[in-house]
Design a protein around this ligand. Sequence first.
Ligand SMILES: [Fe+2]
Length: 286
Amino acid sequence: MHLTVFLILLAGFIILWGVGVEPRWYRLRRIKIRLSTGLSTPVTILQLSDMHFPFFVRSVEKFFKKLIPLNPDFVFITGDLIETDEGIEPCVRLLSGIQARLGMFAVFGNHDYYHYDLWEAIVFNFDRTKYPRKQNNYGLLKKSLAAAGCRVLDNENTTVPNGRDLFRIIGVQDLVTSRADIPKAFRGVGADGVKILLTHSIDAVAEIGESPVDLALAGHTHGGQICLPLIGMPPVGTHCKLGRKYAAGLARFRKIITYTTHGIGVGRILFFRLFCRPEAVLIELH
Ligand SMILES: [Fe+2]
């Protein structure tokens, strides 16, 4: 009897925590990455991902206020900025408050393109080949972001000089919804400079062949979203074909350093996080 009461109380606590506390318990994760190519001047990168606006706008707004004083050199956004078209306005408004000396660049994720209703969101977790019927207005999102100083790299790359260093920022569009065009994204990218790949799904690194990349940044997995103490991310449902090793945090794929972030938000199917706090990432690149 006592055990039953304890288990009911424990389950109630976990549900309250996972729904009411942890999805808003944001953290700024700081990491240092040393590239073998060598940089004459270190730079800072703020990586944001999976905001899924318009969910939790007020909480994210408070968190973003803490990010503004960081004054990063770059801001990179790795997809799922919005969940529905109602997310476009708060997304653009909040991002326009963050300044980056060398620029803000983004790629889109599956949720930027599609509006998943509840049933489609459930089905997506079992069969990723199914596409929702309704699309989001991603054209408007892209245009509004451009007006706010954020360039969406739509299977394209750009070069950003910084003193003696040269950055090649390559944006591969969403692999999950078959929008990635890797040859197009890498067109003109040579061996020189620091090559940074932005992708929603880290699985893109297995698709790029010999294309040169030093650092790949991704989101999509939400770090597992529901993890277990000591074990971390469960071995199933990682949303990452490359496997658990690449589904959260730092890893290395051949010569590429990869970082997959927990992201900031949650999707419409599961407003729940456990042992997997939402995060923004400040990378010091040396
Ligand atoms: Fe997401």
